[in-house]
Design a protein around this ligand. Structure first.
Ligand SMILES: O=C(O)c1ccccc1NCC(=O)[C@H](O)[C@H](O)COP(=O)(O)O
Length: 207
C-alpha cells in the first residue's frame, strides 16, 4: 500500500515551513486570498517557497483570481500545483499549463456533493468541508458521503487533525490528506508539535 501524501496548508512563517518539511510533508500550501488570515503576498511566498527542498510541492491557493493575479504569482513563486476554491472554469485554469486541484464543495451535514468539473489537467479533486468561507474552516464532514470509484486521486480535507486523521485515512484511503486549522496554535500560525503528531497519525494509518 502506497503511503498517504500529506499537504500542510496556509503557511506564513519560515519556521513553520521548516517544521512541515522536516516532519515529512509532501506539499506546502500558500494562500493568495487576501481576506484569509493565512494569506501571504508574493514576496513572502517567494521567500517561503525558496525553503522547500526537492520533491516537496509548492501549491498556490486562489479564489476566483484575475488572470493577471495568478500570472504575477507564477512569475515570482515556483508553484508546481494550483488549487482553486472559487467557481473557476476550465478556460480560466487551462491558461497556466500547470496541474491543478479543483476544490470540490461538500456542505457538512447536508448530503450535497458538488464535485467540481473534472478538467483533464486536474491532477485530483480536493474534497473539503465547505461550511463557511472558502476553506480552512476546520470542519469535518461525513466521509461516507464521498462517492466510491471517484476515478481521480482524492485529496481529503476539512477539519482533519492528529486525533481523527488515522481514522480518516483508514476509512477513506485517500491519495492525500490536507490540513490547515488542525495543526495551528492560531490561524496562520502552525504548531510544530501538532504538525508532527498529525503526520505520525497518517503514518500510523498507513501501517
Ligand atoms: O485556509 C484558508 O484560509 C483558505 C482560504 C481561501 C481558500 C482556501 C483556503 N484553504 C483551503 C485548504 O486547502 C485548506 O487546507 C482546507 O480547506 C482544509 O482546511 P482545515 O479544515 O482548516 O484543515
Amino acid at each position: 500500500m502506497s503511503r498517504t501524501r500529506i499537504k500542510i496548508c496556509g503557511l506564513t512563517r519560515a519556521q513553520d515551513v521548516r517544521a512541515a518539511v522536516q516532519n515529512g510533508a509532501d506539499a506546502i500550501g500558500f494562500v493568495f486570498y487576501p481576506p484569509s488570515p493565512r494569506a501571504v503576498d508574493v514576496d513572502r511566498a517567494a521567500e517561503l517557497a525558496a525553503l522547500l527542498p526537492p520533491f516537496v510541492t509548492a501549491v498556490g491557493l486562489f479564489v476566483n483570481p484575475a488572470p493577471a493575479e495568478v500570472e504575477a504569482v507564477l512569475a515570482r513563486v515556483p508553484l508546481q500545483l494550483l488549487q482553486f476554491h472559487g467557481d473557476e472554469r476550465e478556460a480560466d485554469c487551462a491558461r497556466y499549463g500547470l496541474p491543478w486541484i479543483k476544490a470540490a464543495r461538500m456542505r457538512a451535514g447536508v448530503d450535497l456533493l458538488e464535485f467540481a468539473l473534472s478538467h483533464p489537467r486536474a491532477r485530483g479533486i480536493l474534497v473539503d468541508a465547505f461550511v463557511d468561507g472558502y476553506g480552512g474552516g476546520g470542519k469535518t464532514f461525513d466521509w461516507s458521503l464521498i462517492p466510491q470509484g471517484f476515478g481521480r486521486p482524492l485529496v481529503l480535507s476539512g477539519g482533519l487533525d492528529a486525533d481523527n486523521v488515522a481514522e480518516a485515512v483508514r476509512r477513506v484511503r485517500p491519495w492525500a490528506v490536507d490540513v490547515s486549522s488542525g495543526v495551528e496554535s492560531a490561524r496562520g500560525i502552525k504548531d510544530a508539535a501538532k504538525i508532527a503528531a498529525f503526520i505520525a497519525g497518517v503514518r500510523d494509518a498507513d501501517g
